[in-house]
Design a protein around this ligand. Structure first.
Ligand code: FE2
Ligand code: FE2
Length: 404
């Protein structure tokens, strides 16, 4: 892919994240420049090599790249220090990853280009944005897992190899999405992205919470779209969705691996701080997705989904899955939780509307203050809703006092 990208000139500065908007870990932030390359002639226009430039708007909710304290990671996975590491379990997981169930799954056909050419009008841009965001999110996973695979090689070769194999999966996912962009005559310059992008630092325990959630929410998003389109094939306007069934199994396996990692670090799951952080990460991930998707209802409606119903289904299922391992989760099935999310959407729309006005930046900032305060207050109220005490059966075995 790198070689192919090198040929793609001229480069286009292209803001894909042009709203206040993660993936998978779709939920990552920091504004950045995505360098896009026009690959070939758009189907409806004359050949052009002119770069397309769009401004970059800063955003709180754009996909993030992560980095962490790799030295601390090494200590955590040192089997001499951490006696909780269940080597047999990790060995079994490694064999599963080595099986590489999806080795031959991501094979394209001519349907892709034909379908892309038929997507015109506003939906075309929405599709491009979907592919870009998803590609960036998958690529973010690739970078983090690749580095963890490299850094843990000496300390814990089994865990390290699993990380490397997960980075293989994410590279495949990102590459497949990037090929999808080529159907729209574009490509993300992933090499440039790696260097130009700012990285968000998270301590290892936060990487575990955030990445576990992002893998599981990714699983539920992909499988829900897949099942919906299987039942309503008339909305399958682009063949990539047909690949989601096997694809989401990769995400599920990645999530299960993080589940095993957290069980091996009971200090991240067994105290009051862990409960507070678990709820915090659940809230961040769910709210980010909800606000993001509510800004892109055209995409979800374009494939026949009701955005809010889709999101609530994904949130509820992810929360139920997460309750097996996190010591506390949010009561997302309480109707008040959705009411709060909907109010956040309304406030977020007002914040976006302020940005669209012709006011000078200072005036805009003043206008935003009460809105941001209102958003923060809704977030806090959602965070303080009575949580659900949870935790895994396996973990309960490890900590007998938690059995209930
Ligand atoms: Fe992935
Ligand atoms: Fe993944």
């Amino acid at each position: 892919m790198a070689a192919e990208m090198a040929l793609l000139k001229p480069i286009t500065k292209f803001n894909t994240f042009n709203t206040t908007t993660t993936s998978r870990l779709s939920n990552r932030r920091l504004p950045f420049t995505v360098r896009m390359s026009a690959t070939t002639t758009p189907p409806t226009s004359k050949p052009t090599k002119k770069a397309q430039k769009q401004g970059i708007k800063e955003s709180l909710l754009t996909p993030r790249f992560y980095t962490t304290d790799f030295d601390e990671m090494e200590t955590l996975f040192n089997t001499e220090i951490n006696k909780n590491l269940n080597e047999a379990e990790f060995e079994a997981l490694l064999q599963e990853f080595k099986t590489d169930y999806n080795q031959t799954h991501f094979v394209r056909n001519k349907e892709f280009k034909e379908a892309a050419d038929k997507i015109q009008g506003p939906l075309r841009q929405i599709f491009v944005e979907f592919l870009e965001r998803s590609c960036t999110a998958e690529f973010s996973g690739f970078l983090l897992y690749k580095e963890l695979g490299r850094r843990l090689k000496k300390t814990n070769p089994v865990v390290a190899e699993i990380f490397s194999l997960m980075s293989r999966d994410e590279a495949r996912h990102a590459g497949f999405l990037n090929k999808g962009l080529s159907d729209f005559n574009l490509a993300l310059d992933l090499g440039f992205l790696t260097k130009a992008r700012k990285y968000t630092f998270f301590k290892p325990k936060f990487i575990f919470y955030a990445t576990y959630l992002s893998e599981k929410i990714g699983y539920w998003r992909y499988i829900t779209i897949y099942r919906h389109l299987k039942a309503n094939p008339e909305y399958t306007c682009y063949p990539i969705f047909k690949y989601f069934e096997n694809w989401c199994q990769d995400e599920n396996r990645h999530g299960d691996f993080f589940s095993a990692l957290m069980k091996a670090q009971p200090q991240f799951l067994n105290d009051w701080k862990a409960k507070l952080w678990s709820r915090f990460f659940c809230l961040s991930v769910y709210v980010t997705m909800y606000l993001n998707d509510c800004q892109r209802t055209d995409f979800y409606e374009g494939i026949g989904l009701n955005t809010k119903e889709f999101d609530m289904h994904v949130i509820i299922e992810t929360n139920r899955t997460t309750a097996r391992i996190f010591p506390a989760v949010l009561d997302v099935e309480n109707p008040e939780f959705k009411r709060k999310l909907d109010r956040m959407v309304e406030i977020n729309q007002k914040i976006l509307a302020v940005g669209e006005t012709d006011d000078i930046p200072l005036v805009k900032n003043f206008k935003r203050i009460p809105l941001i305060a209102a958003l923060a207050s809704e977030l806090l109220a959602a965070y303080l809703m009575k949580p659900i005490e949870s935790g895994s059966v396996d973990f309960a075995e490890f900590e007998p006092q938690l059995v209930y």
